[in-house]
Design a protein around this ligand. Structure first.
Ligand code: HEC
Ligand code: HEC
Ligand code: HEC
Ligand code: HEC
Length: 135
């Protein structure tokens, strides 16, 4: 391998590391399919929820900021490229914290809230097991 090529690779790896340590995550870092399965609920009866991150962002064209947010003075200041925290970092499964609802309610508001407004009524809204996989 030539020296200049090696230098190029080292530089590329290094740039990658900088991005990693800076915590910059993009849609490409999110798994295509997510199994949402948090711990800490008083009772965990309904089981994990399969969620196609890729389909929502790419095919259904839902904006990232419809689901991801960081609120400052009542406004969502999160933008694409910013780090993404898990919902549970701010929404506790056990108690409402400030304006942040409990985790279960936040998920239901986000997921069902949007699905309910859709005209075609194809997205799961009422039937629990269209989202939940049971235990
Ligand atoms: C649009 C999808 C969707 C539908 C429909 C839905 N849920 Fe959920 N629900 C979620 C998501 C996402 C979570 C968060 C799961 C987690 O954090 O593990 C959740 C969490 C829960 C939890 C707490 C965690 C657990 O597994 O027990 C309960 C209880 C629950 N839902 C009950 C229901 C019931 C009852 C229905 C039907 C009346 C329902 N959900 C319909 C998406 C949905
Ligand atoms: C319909 C809702 C929705 C949309 C649209 C959406 N996301 Fe997500 N995203 C989620 C959920 C839910 C999770 C899992 C969060 C959790 O487990 O607490 C997630 C996870 C992620 C993660 C992974 C975080 C980790 O810890 O692994 C990244 C990165 C991410 N999203 C970026 C994006 C970007 C960039 C876009 C737009 C191109 C986007 N998301 C669009 C709901 C969405
Ligand atoms: C950095 C902390 C933080 C993270 C991470 C976070 N939230 Fe929130 N969320 C909040 C706060 C604070 C509010 C209350 C905002 C207000 O009304 O002042 C809120 C409000 C909401 C609301 C009601 C208002 C709205 O924007 O629709 C829903 C639904 C919601 N969050 C769902 C989620 C989901 C789903 C995730 C993960 C994909 C998530 N949140 C991640 C802090 C957070
Ligand atoms: C802002 C709007 C929006 C939000 C938020 C949203 N969805 Fe959806 N969802 C859609 C649309 C649009 C479709 C496609 C409906 C159709 O096929 O007509 C869909 C379809 C689905 C489907 C059936 C098809 C598939 O992709 O598997 C599931 C399951 C689903 N959503 C789960 C979820 C869960 C779980 C959440 C919350 C973490 C969520 N959605 C949040 C808009 C949304």
């Amino acid at each position: 391998m030539s020296k200049s090529r090696l230098r190029l690779i080292v530089a590329a790896v290094f740039t990658g590391l900088i991005f990693l340590t800076a915590g910059v995550l993009t849609a490409a870092d999110a798994p295509d399919e997510i199994s949402i399965e948090n711990k800490g609920y008083k009772s965990d009866k309904k089981g994990p929820v399969k969620f196609s991150h890729k389909k929502h962002a790419a095919d259904y064209k839902v904006k990232c900021a419809d689901c991801h947010h960081v609120y400052k003075d009542g406004k969502n200041v999160w933008k694409e490229g910013d780090p993404v925290q898990k919902c549970s970092e701010c929404h506790s499964p056990e108690e409402k914290k400030g304006n942040a609802d409990k985790l279960q309610l936040s998920f239901h508001k986000n997921c069902q809230g949007c699905h309910k407004e859709l005209k075609d009524k194809e997205a799961p809204y009422k039937k629990c097991n269209d989202c939940h996989q049971g235990k």
